[in-house]
Structures are given as C-alpha cells and as structure tokens.
Design a binder for this molecule. Structure first.
Ligand code: C5J
Length: 228
C-alpha cells in the first residue's frame, strides 16, 4: 500500500512501508549530553535534546506499524585503528577522540558516551550500524542490509543535520534510495546550518531528497492512497 506525504517539500512524497526504513543517525550521548564529543568541540549540546520527544513518538509509531528501523552510531574501535589523524586532529577540542571524559573515552565503542540515548534504545530486530565516518555507508554493511531487506526508501532523522545526517542522505541518494528528512526529528548545533540543509536537500526538485514534519509523515503512515 502506498502512503503519500502530501505536505512534503518540494512535492508530495510517496512510500510503501514494507520498502521503507527509518534511519536514526547517531542519537548518542556523545552528541547530545554535556561531556561528550559534541561538547568537546565547543558546542552547546543541550538544545539537541529537544528533538528526542518527537523522534521517540515517531519511532514508536513506526515500530507499531512494523517498519524497518536502522540506528547508527559514530565511533571508533578502542585501538583507534579506524580513526585517521585527519579526523582525530580536527579542530582544537579540550578532549580529543579517544581521550577520557566524563562519559568514558570520547567516541569510542563500548563507552558510556557511545550509547544511544535511553529514550531511543534499539529493540530486538532493529539493526545497529557502527560507523567510523560521518556517512553511514562508508566502511559499513548498511547498503547490503538494505538491499537484502528490499528497502528502496529512507526516512532520515538524528544528529547532526548538516554533518552525519546530510552526508548519509547524500550517500543514500547516490546509491538510488529515495530519501526524506524529517524536519523536527533532526537538529544541529547551528540552527542556520539545519535550515540551510533542509533547503539545499529539497532544492532543484529534491536534488538530494524531500523534507516534511514528523506529524505529516505519521499522518500519511496512518492512511494510504491505494491498496495493491
Ligand atoms: C558529527 C555527527 N557532527 N553525528 N557527527 O561529528 O553528525
């Protein structure tokens, strides 16, 4: 059955539940809680917590309908063999990747800061993609998983909008997935970067994808245009 998000921009967005995955990018303590990676780069991270209720509502509704859910986590192996200096030495943070902070080693797999926030904890049957880069397709099995599931459409959420979310969305678009970014379920440390990303994604006839509010997507999820 086809669902239509009529209010999506720049035009209506159509999807079939069985061929669509909800992708939740990097909703980890390291990005949204003080003392993590985001804060180490000098950002005020607490505003990002504002998207958690909308994302939780969306996730619960998606789960209720039986939709495919993918969680991603940015992070590195404890020996940091997957973290090039080109990434480790960027910026001038108080704490670098691998250093010990209040939530354990910064951006390292298995540490407290690496965990997904409790409100969005994955449940059985949901896939978790651990990724060393900003994009979730680089050096991961995400594409293989999605192909095996017959997924053609992706709904993007998570943080941060212009870094890992947009990078992954562009990677997905190039691989042939039809993408929508859920506007109030993504955020940036820089509000104008979020706004710019929403605009550039949907510009030029959805050159990277569509955008829509979570309520509009949920409303489409609970109705459908036609039955196959
Ligand atoms: C960043 C991310 N911003 N998840 N990572 O470094 O967007």
């Amino acid at each position: 059955m086809t669902h239509i998000v009529s209010a999506a921009l720049p035009s209506a967005f159509e999807f079939e539940l069985s061929r669509t995955a909800l992708v939740i990018i990097d909703m980890q303590r390291d990005f949204v809680e003080p003392g993590g990676f985001g804060a180490s780069l000098g950002n005020d991270v607490t505003p990002l917590q504002a998207i958690i209720p909308a994302l939780q509502t969306f996730l619960q509704a998606w789960r209720h309908q039986g939709g495919c859910v993918v969680h991603t986590r940015e992070g590195h192996l404890p020996d940091m063999s997957d973290c090039p200096d080109a990434k480790r030495l960027r910026g001038q943070p108080d704490l670098r990747i691998g250093d010990i902070g209040p939530m354990g080693r910064i951006l390292i797999q298995g540490e407290a800061g690496h965990a997904i926030v409790p409100e969005l904890t994955p449940i059985d049957g949901e896939i978790i993609i651990d990724k060393p880069g900003k994009g979730a397709f680089y050096a991961t099995a995400l594409d293989d998983f999605l192909q095996a599931q017959g997924i053609t459409h992706l709904l993007f959420t998570g943080v941060t909008t212009e870094v890992c979310v947009q990078t992954t969305m562009r990677e997905a678009n190039d691989r042939g997935y039809v993408c929508l970014l859920v506007e109030d379920a993504t955020d940036s440390y820089f509000p104008h970067f979020k706004q710019a990303t929403l605009e550039m994604v949907r510009a030029q006839g959805a050159i990277v994808g569509w955008t829509a509010a979570s309520t509009e997507v949920l409303s489409a999820l609970h109705s459908y245009a036609s039955q196959d």
